[in-house]
Every structure is written in structure tokens, then in C-alpha cells.
Write a protein that binds this ligand. Structure first.
Ligand code: DX5
Ligand code: ZN
Length: 220
């Protein structure tokens, strides 16, 4: 039985012609966060949305905007995402010359700081920053596209991070992102995840019944 699991639906699988309505529906369906995947066609092969769209979406909900930046460079855009209304700003350490400076920059705008690890990225990339951040986003697919298959090889990394965080008594959320479904969400939670991102499962399963899909993921 899991306690305090947060669900962060990825709007990458929403109908982009009516994003505002989709977010209102996610809000009503019980989402905790709204996961916004920002891709630049450079750090990852796909291109999605930027700060202007986030700014337009901001008034439709009070939910936390969990903004996952898959862009390089990243520092020059932090202010734009902060001003647009992001609440959590997550970046990839490979996308910045100084992880430390990017953390400080996000904090300067009073935003929560997340760092993301791609499936092959090692814990050593973030270990010395754990005291300074709010969230670790563990990618369980290669970043770039929704609808990919969950990679169970990332679970040992998740477990290890959970151990380190528990041992150091840190308040760092562990978010898992990519290919999460009604089966593997249990494994991810058991390995230590407390925030689940999901695009395809939430928008496509059970004929797109958002409420049902969110509660099925949460109650795992
Ligand atoms: C991938 C994104 C994920 C992804 C989630 O680069 O970061 O947020 O879109 O979608 P599903 O749940 O379909 O894998
Ligand atoms: Zn994401």
C-alpha cells in the first residue's frame, strides 16, 4: 500500500488543439502536478512547447506546473520559464556547463529545483547536489517521445537514490518518467518513486478516462 504518491500527467499525450481544456480536465480528474515536457530538437530529437504557451496555460489551473526541460543550453531560458509560471524546473546536467550554477539560478527565481537523469546517466552526476535540490527525475525511457517502453534497468538507480536520500534524511522527491503503466508503477513505487509521470497511460487507457487512470496509478 503506497502513501503519498503524486501523479504528474504529461500533457505531451494531450490534444494540443485544446491544451487549456485538457489541463482543466486533468485538474478535475485529480492530478497532483501537470508535467510539461519542453523539447528543443537539439538536446532531444523532438520539438514541443516553450514558455509562451506555458504562460497562456498558467491561468487555467492552480496545480503545480512540473516543467521538464530537455533543452540545451538551459540557463538562458530559466528566467522565461520561471516568469511563465513554472513551479518545479527540472533540467538535465548534461545540458549545462555548471550544474551548481543552474541550481542557483532556478532558486534565484524561488522555484523548486529538479535534476533529471537519462537512463544511462550515472548517480555521480548529481550526488553532490542532493542537499540543494527538491526533486530527482529518473527517466525510464530515452527522452524525446511519449509512448515508449519502460526500461526496468533504471530501477537499481532509483533504489540506490532512495537509500541515499533516506540515509541522509533529505526531503527530495523521486519522480519516474517514461512508459509508466498500471503494472510497472507498482515496481517503481516499491523501488522508491513517490511521483509518477504518465502520458500515454493517462490519456489513452480506458478510453481516456482521466479520473480512472489517475486513481488506478495512485492506488497501486
Ligand atoms: C519523454 C517525456 C515523458 C513522456 C511520458 O521524453 O519526458 O514525460 O512523454 O509519456 P509516456 O508516459 O507516454 O512515456
Ligand atoms: Zn518528462
Amino acid at each position: 500500500m503506497s502513501t503519498n504518491i503524486k501523479i504528474s500527467p504529461s500533457i505531451l499525450s494531450a490534444d494540443f488543439s485544446k491544451l487549456g481544456e485538457e489541463i482543466i480536465s486533468l485538474d478535475k480528474a485529480g492530478a497532483d502536478y501537470i508535467h510539461v515536457d519542453v523539447m528543443d530538437g537539439h538536446f532531444v530529437p523532438n520539438i514541443t512547447i516553450g514558455p509562451e504557451i506555458i504562460k497562456k496555460l498558467r491561468p487555467v489551473t492552480k496545480k503545480i506546473f512540473d516543467v521538464h526541460l530537455m533543452i540545451e543550453p538551459v540557463d538562458k531560458y530559466i528566467k522565461d520559464f520561471a516568469d511563465a509560471g513554472a513551479d518545479i524546473i527540472t533540467f538535465h546536467p548534461e545540458a549545462t556547463p555548471s550544474t551548481e550554477e543552474t541550481i542557483e539560478l532556478i532558486k534565484k527565481f524561488n522555484k523548486k529545483v529538479g535534476i533529471s537523469l537519462k537512463p544511462k546517466s550515472d548517480i555521480s552526476l548529481i550526488e553532490k547536489y542532493l542537499e540543494k535540490i527538491d526533486l530527482i527525475l529518473i527517466m525510464s525511457v530515452e527522452p524525446g517521445f511519449a509512448g515508449q517502453k519502460f526500461m526496468p534497468d533504471v530501477l537499481p538507480k532509483l533504489k540506490k537514490l532512495k537509500e541515499i536520500i533516506t540515509e541522509k534524511k533529505l526531503k527530495v522527491d523521486l519522480e519516474i518518467d517514461g512508459g509508466i503503466n498500471f503494472e510497472n508503477c507498482k515496481t517503481a513505487i516499491n523501488a522508491g518513486a513517490n511521483v509518477l509521470v504518465s502520458g500515454s497511460t493517462i490519456f489513452k487507457q480506458n478510453n481516456g478516462d482521466l479520473k480512472k487512470n489517475i486513481s488506478l496509478l495512485r492506488s497501486s
